[in-house]
Ligand binder design. Structure first.
Ligand SMILES: *[C@@H]1O[C@H](CO)[C@@H](O)[C@H](O)[C@H]1NC(C)=O
Ligand SMILES: *[C@@H]1O[C@H](CO)[C@@H](O)[C@H](O)[C@H]1NC(C)=O
Ligand SMILES: *[C@@H]1O[C@H](CO)[C@@H](O)[C@H](O)[C@H]1NC(C)=O
Ligand SMILES: *[C@@H]1O[C@H](CO)[C@@H](O)[C@H](O)[C@H]1NC(C)=O
Ligand SMILES: *[C@@H]1O[C@H](CO)[C@@H](O)[C@H](O)[C@H]1NC(C)=O
Ligand SMILES: *[C@@H]1O[C@H](CO)[C@@H](O)[C@H](O)[C@H]1NC(C)=O
Length: 673
C-alpha cells in the first residue's frame, strides 16, 4: 500500500537505459510492479493480489499471455547472429482433478507482445491449426505440457519440449531432473518448480533444466540439450513471456517468479522472497466439524494439556460434515470413524482400485462384520450437494441382484465417501483385456451380459423413477461371489453435473460409450445408456476396448465388428480366447445387438426391455439386413460422436479438435479404470 514513490521513481529511471541491450530483469517479489516492473497481459491472464502471475483463471478452453512489456534486442546491428540468453522461472499448475490437468505453460519468445490468432487447449495459446509448424511464425517456446496430443507427436502427458515455430517439439523429454539419477516430476502436481532455459549463441546450443523449488542451484545435467541456431528464428527485436491454455478441465497455471538476461547468466530466484501461492482448497481445516465432543468433566486441571491435544487430534482425524438437511438420512449415513476403522485407516493394503472418481478401499464394518467397499470421491463444490445426497439416498433404496448395493455415504470437507457392498471378484474389465490371468468363457460372459441387461432394465423401467446410469462399461460391472455381473457406480456421474454451472454442458461418461446425441446436447437419456450398453456388448464379446490405440491409428471396435459383418463373417470379431467353446448363435446375437444399440439414431436403438427379450430368446432379433445400418451409418455415428464432443467445447472458437487429445482427456474425465 505505502510504496515509497521516490524509490519507485529511481527504479524506473534505472530501468529505462537497461531496456536496450544486455537486458537483465528479475521478478522475484511478484509481478504487480513492486520492483518497478510490470507485465503486459492478455486473454484470461491476471495478477493475483499478492503478485503472482496467474496465466489462466479456472476457465475452460481459454488462453492467457503475459509478456515483458518492452521489446528485447536479440541481435546486434552488424551481423545476424542471435545473442546468448538465459532465463529461469518458477511455475505451478493446479488442476481440479488429481489425475488430469488441462494443458500447460510455455515460455515463449515471439515477434509480437501476445500471440494473436493462437488457440487454447492443445495449442497452448501459441499457434493455431493453420500456422502451426510454419517457419514464418518466428516463435521459440519451451512447453511444459500436461496432455499427450498425438497430433503433435507428444511423448506422454507430462513432458517438456523445445518448440520452434510449431507444437511438434524439436526435442522433448519426460518431466524431471538429474540428481545423481533421474527423478520424475509431475508438472501438474500443484507444486512449485523451477525451470532454466539457456541459449549459448556461440555454440548454438539450447539447454532446458528443471527442478523442484527447493533445489536452488541448477542441476548440472540438463533435461534437454539441443544444437540449434536460433539466429534463423529470432528477429532483431522480440518479446519474451509466457503462454498458457486450458482445455476441458479446470486448471490454473501460475508463474511465481521470473528472471531473464541477455548475454549472461540470469539471476537465480530466491524462494523465500517469492509471493506465496494460495493454499490448496480442501487442505484447509474443516470448520463445520461435528464429531462428538467428549466432555471432560473430571480431573480438569491435570488432564488439560494432554487431553486437549488428544481431542484436537481426534477431532481432526475423524472430522466430518453434517448439515441439518441430512438428519433425515440417518440410517444411510455412516460415521467417518466407523469407515476409518473398517478400512484400517484407509491403508494402502486395503486399496481395491483407483479411478478418475477416486480410490476404492475394502473394509469390514466393525459392528456388523459386513464386508464393504468404500469409495472416496474428492468433491470441492458444495453446490448441488444436497440434491446429490438426496439422490444417493434414493439410489440406496434400489434393490436388484444385478446392481451393486449402495449402502450409504459419509461427508467430509471436500470429500464424499460412498459405501457399497463388497464384490470379491473385482470388475469385469480385468478378465477381458491385456492378456488377463483368468479369462471368462463364453457361457459366463453371456450370463454376465444378461445380468447387466436386466439390471439396466430395472433402472430404466422397473423402479418407481427412471434412473439413468450414465457410465455403463465393463470396468463398472463387478462380479459377485457367484460370478453374476452387477452394475456399479450408478449416479456417481451426476455428481459432476450437480457440481457445475448448469449453463455449461458437462458431459460425463467415457469416450467410446458416449452416444453422438449425448455429446451434442449434453443430455443423458435411457437411449444414451443403451448406446453405452451396445459398446459394452461388443467389448465383452470381442475382448477389446471400444477404442484401442494401436500405433498412430485408433481402432474403433464398432467399425471393426461392422466390417466383419459386412464381409458376412461377424463371428470373426469374437474374442479368440473362446477357442471352440462357444455357442455361435449367442455370440452372433450379442454382436448384432451390440451394433444395433450403437446406432447413431437414438430412435433406432432398442429399449432395454427389448434388449432383455432378445437376449432371453423370447423375441427374435430383426434380420440384420433390416437393421437399417449402413457401413457409413455406424462408422459415422462414432466419428460424429468425436467431432461433436469436440465441438461442444470448441464451438466458440470454431476449430477442429483432434481426437487424440480427447481420448486422453475424456477417458480420464470419465474415471475410466
Ligand atoms: C507498465 O509500466 C509502464 C511505465 O511505468 C507504463 O507506461 C505501462 O502502461 C505499464 N503497463 C501496464 C500494462 O501496466
Ligand atoms: C477469467 O477471466 C475472464 C476474462 O478476464 C473473466 O471473464 C472470467 O470471469 C474469469 N473467470 C474466473 C473464474 O475468474
Ligand atoms: C556477430 O557479432 C558479435 C558481437 O558483435 C560477435 O561476437 C560474433 O562473432 C559475430 N558473429 C559473426 C558470425 O560475425
Ligand atoms: C492463425 O494465427 C495467425 C497469426 O499467427 C492468424 O493470422 C490467422 O488468422 C490464424 N488463423 C486462424 C484460422 O485463426
Ligand atoms: C506459412 O505462412 C505464410 C504466411 O504467413 C503462408 O504464405 C504460407 O503458405 C504458409 N506455409 C504453409 C506451409 O502453410
Ligand atoms: C518416470 O516417468 C516415466 C515416464 O512416465 C516412467 O516410465 C517411469 O517409470 C517413471 N519413474 C519413476 C521412478 O516413477
Amino acid at each position: 500500500m505505502f510504496v515509497k514513490l521516490s524509490v519507485l521513481l529511481v527504479l524506473l529511471m534505472l530501468l529505462v537505459p537497461a531496456e536496450a541491450q544486455d537486458l537483465n530483469f528479475i521478478y522475484n517479489d511478484g509481478f504487480n510492479g513492486r520492483s518497478g516492473l510490470n507485465v503486459s497481459l492478455d486473454g484470461i491472464a491476471e495478477i493475483t493480489q499478492n503478485g503472482i502471475l496467474k496465466l489462466t483463471n479456472d476457465t475452460k478452453q481459454k488462453s492467457g499471455h503475459a509478456f515483458y512489456p518492452n521489446p528485447v534486442t536479440f541481435k546486434n546491428l552488424e551481423n545476424d547472429t542471435a545473442f546468448s540468453f538465459s532465463t529461469n522461472f518458477v511455475f505451478a499448475i493446479r488442476s481440479e482433478y488429481t489425475t488430469l490437468s488441462g494443458h500447460g505453460i510455455a515460455f515463449v519468445i515471439a515477434p509480437t507482445r501476445g500471440l494473436p490468432g493462437a488457440l487454447p487447449s492443445q495449442y497452448l495459446g501459441l499457434f493455431n491449426g493453420s500456422n502451426d509448424g510454419n517457419f514464418t511464425n518466428h516463435v521459440f517456446a519451451v512447453e511444459l505440457d500436461t496432455i499427450q496430443s498425438t497430433e503433435f507427436h507428444d511423448m506422454n502427458e507430462n513432458h517438456v519440449g523445445i518448440d520452434i515455430n510449431g507444437l511438434h517439439s524439436v526435442k522433448a523429454a519426460s518431466a524431471g531432473y538429474f540428481d545423481g539419477r533421474f527423478k520424475n516430476l509431475t508438472l501438474f502436481s500443484g507444486k512449485e518448480m523451477r525451470v532454466w532455459v539457456e541459449y549459448d549463441g556461440t555454440k548454438k546450443q539450447i539447454e532446458v533444466t528443471m527442478a523442484p523449488i527447493d533445489v536452488a542451484t541448477k542441476p548440472s545435467t540438463p533435461l534437454l540439450s539441443l544444437k540449434y541456431d536460433l539466429s534463423t528464428v529470432l528477429y532483431k527485436t522480440m518479446y519474451v513471456g509466457f503462454s498458457s491454455s486450458t482445455g476441458s478441465v479446470l486448471t490454473s497455471h501460475y508463474v511465481v517468479g521470473w528472471s531473464f538476461r541477455i548475454n549472461g547468466q540470469a539471476q537465480d530466484l530466491i524462494a523465500s522472497k517469492l509471493p506465496k501461492l494460495p493454499s490448496i482448497p480442501g487442505k484447509k481445516r474443516s470448520m463445520l466439524f461435528t464429531f462428538g465432543v467428549p466432555l471432560i468433566s473430571v480431573s480438569l486441571v491435570l488432564l488439560a494439556v494432554s487431553g486437549v491435544l488428544y481431542v484436537i487430534n481426534r477431532k481432526r482425524k475423524f472430522a466430518e460434515v453434517l448439515e441439518d438437511w441430512e438428519l433425515e438420512y440417518g440410517p444411510q449415513r455412516f460415521k467417518y470413524k466407523e469407515l476409518y476403522i473398517a478400512t484400517k485407516g484407509f491403508r494402502e493394503k486395503e486399496l481395491l482400485g483407483t479411478g478418475g472418481f477416486g480410490k476404492v478401499y475394502r473394509g469390514l464394518l466393525p459392528s456388523s462384520k459386513i464386508e464393504i467397499a468404500v469409495k472416496r470421491v474428492s468433491h470441492e463444490s458444495r453446490q448441488g450437494m444436497k440434491e446429490f445426497v438426496a439422490e444417493i439416498v434414493s439410489i440406496g433404496r434400489l434393490r436388484h441382484r444385478n446392481l451393486v448395493q449402495l449402502l450409504g455415504y459419509c461427508r467430509r470437507k471436500g470429500e464424499l465417501l460412498l459405501v457399497y457392498d463388497y464384490m470379491p471378484n473385482g470388475s469385469l474389465d480385468k478378465y477381458l483385456y491385456d492378456q488377463p490371468e483368468v479369462t471368462l468363457n463364453w457361457s459366463l460372459r453371456f450370463k454376465v451380459i444378461k445380468g447387466v441387461a436386466s439390471g439396466l432394465f430395472y433402472l430404466h423401467e422397473e423402479w418407481e423413477q427412471v434412473v439413468i446410469h450414465r457410465d455403463v462399461k465393463a470396468s463398472n460391472v463387478l462380479l459377485d461371489g457367484e460370478s453374476n455381473g452387477r452394475l456399479g457406480d450408478f449416479g456417481l456421474a451426476r455428481l459432476y453435473d450437480h457440481g457445475t454451472d448448469p449453463q455449461t454442458t458437462h458431459i460425463v461418461g467415457t469416450l467410446g460409450y458416449l452416444a453422438p446425441e449425448h455429446t451434442r446436447t449434453g443430455r443423458a437419456t435411457t437411449s444414451t445408456d443403451v448406446f453405452a450398453f451396445g459398446a459394452f456388448l461388443l467389448e465383452v464379446a470381442c475382448g477389446k476396448r471400444p477404442i484401442e490405440t494401436q500405433g498412430p491409428e485408433d481402432v474403433i471396435l464398432v467399425d471393426w465388428v461392422f466390417s466383419c459383418w459386412n464381409r458376412s463373417n461377424i463371428l470373426e470379431a469374437r474374442d479368440q480366447s473362446f477357442g471352440t467353446d462357444f455357442v455361435a448363435e449367442e455370440v452372433e446375437l450379442v454382436l448384432k445387438l451390440g451394433l444395433l444399440c450403437s446406432h447413431s439414431e437414438p430412435a433406432a436403438r432398442p429399449s432395454m426391455r427389448q434388449v432383455v427379450q432378445y437376449l432371453a430368446g423370447d423375441v427374435v432379433l430383426p434380420e440384420v439386413s433390416l437393421l437399417g445400418l449402413s457401413s457409413s451409418g455406424v462408422t459415422f455415428a462414432h466419428r460424429e460422436g468425436f467431432d461433436d464432443y469436440a465441438m461442444s467445447y470448441q464451438s466458440s472458437i470454431g476449430t477442429r479438435f483432434s481426437h487424440s487429445s480427447y481420448v486422453a482427456e475424456s477417458a480420464l474425465l470419465s474415471g475410466g479404470r
